[in-house]
Design a protein around this ligand. Sequence first.
Ligand SMILES: NC(=O)c1ccc[n+]([C@@H]2O[C@H](COP(=O)([O-])OP(=O)(O)OC[C@H]3O[C@@H](n4cnc5c(N)ncnc54)[C@H](OP(=O)(O)O)[C@@H]3O)[C@@H](O)[C@H]2O)c1
Length: 300
Amino acid sequence: MKSEVLVTGSGGLIGSKFVQTIGNQYNCTSLEVSHPTHPVDITNYEQLLPAIQKSAATHLVHFAAYTDVTGAWQQTGDKNGSAYRVNVLGTENVVKACEETQKHLIHISTAYVFDGQKEGLYLEDDLMRPIEWYGETKAKAEEVVMKSRIPWTILRIDQPFRQDPFTKLDIVHAIAHQLQQHTLPPQFADHFFGPTIIEDLVRVIVWVLRTNTTGLYHASSGESWNNFDFAKQIAQLLDNNYQVEAGKLKDYLQTARRPYQQNTALDNHKLASLLDFKLLTVKEALKAVDFGAPSFDRET
Ligand SMILES: NC(=O)c1ccc[n+]([C@@H]2O[C@H](COP(=O)([O-])OP(=O)(O)OC[C@H]3O[C@@H](n4cnc5c(N)ncnc54)[C@H](OP(=O)(O)O)[C@@H]3O)[C@@H](O)[C@H]2O)c1
């Protein structure tokens, strides 16, 4: 018999890949805010608790979040705004309901909890010091999870991409799309990030489900890329002689309206040393990317 898993945010970029991939191994119960007949809004405890109580799942994977970083920045300081409500109050509710029902919580977090000033890769025990509201709400959510009375696993990621196209463009599909449209702006050579391969993140979550590993882990590729090299790599794969122009985050910041972390690359040794499988390299994962449109948009 298949084990059950509860999932929030199963309609999103990452959650949808998770439920699609593990469907043959697990019965996923999705708690969906947009469900036409049984919506579950994580900011509404009265909706959330019964939905969790009904399930025999031992684990809940919490992907749901307000993820629009610029939108969040426009809400800075507003605890009634959707970013704070979903990311902090929603996570508080998820934690409370998991405590009530004794479920292991797997919480997805972000490298934006850091200030981006570090030279080199961020470690799990580096201090959280967010510089914008999205990062601040996600850092607060982590604190809520860490203080909980249930088994918890926090997986931090950065710039996730998946191999198949999805309606919300990830960084790889966004770059490919802009190259194809000849609208790619100059790519920062002085901005560093740690791409996360969503297919590998799914394998990591399944490993947590299997091993009940708890704690805080960086679940990215463990690599550091700058935007210019990353875009050149994608251009090469598209093989159409696309040219990528170099730009500088430092120049962009002179006019940018919101703060940007200069470096969000994550060290993943803590996690990789425990895993019983090998994570892909970014180059390996990029080679397997389908650069077409999402399947339901394609002509048959
Ligand atoms: N994407 C990134 O670049 C990135 C980077 C680092 C970390 N992360 C983290 O990874 C996780 C997944 O991100 P993602 O990119 O897959 O997100 P996404 O595509 O924006 O999807 C967010 C999901 O959360 C759901 N949701 C929003 N408000 C909700 C509410 N009040 N109650 C219940 N569900 C709600 C959405 O439902 P509807 O679609 O029905 O509204 C959607 O399914 C998040 O925790 C995010 O912080 C993402």
